[in-house]
Write a protein that binds this ligand. Sequence first.
Ligand code: ZN
Ligand code: ZN
Length: 253
Amino acid sequence: MHIHLLGYTGSIQHQEAGNVSLAVTDGNTSILIDVSGAPVMALKQAGIDARDLSLVMLTHSHIDHIYALPSLLHQLWLLGRTDALVIVGNGSTLSKAKELCAVFALEHKSGMFPLVWEVLEEGPYLGPLGRLRLSVFPVPHGVPTLGVSVVTGDSKFVYLADCTADFAYPALAYDAALLIHEAGGTKEEESVLTGKGHSSARQAAMDARTLRSGRLVLCHLPPDPSLYQKMLDEAKSVFERTELPVLHETYEV
Ligand SMILES: [Zn+2]
Ligand SMILES: [Zn+2]
């Protein structure tokens, strides 16, 4: 499978990148995880035709993770999508996402393709995703939030969306070839970050080490890029195979 990084900042965008969002592809299957920025453009840049999306997965209801959903659905309608689109998330996230779409009465547009809202609080998504197996698990954050595990064959990708580190990890968070983990700042800011439901780069690296990840990519970064090298250094001192995110990078797992 391939993981395409479509954005990597936290709530505040900077001149190079927008809010974190990523796509997972394998063969004809494509999953969009969180919807921010200019989603159709970002998918095109990753070589993915948005009309072919198999699934949209929303990790939580914070604005930086879901605000572009109405625009994505509107564009899919304009582009002539007819197949139903499944949108997966926990109950509180989907109710916020539905409110967002209701503002624009998207589901009442003439010829609108069916939206299938599928609540998933924990465990596997059972719909068809080709060879991919997607599962979710709750992670600690200010609002109910899901971590995501995607497996194909014996390869695993884990995404720890906004969360504090060092929680009771489920078995499916372990042994990922690639872990993408939020990192909101440096270790000096840990008490503030934890209070807001976030992690430092050092804490992300500690999670990667505990979870026996093959490789760690930091995301949900703060708006000041001058902090990034320091964050990378402190993370690498704990977990050597740590990388900063690269916009439009495709990671093969
Ligand atoms: Zn966020
Ligand atoms: Zn959040």
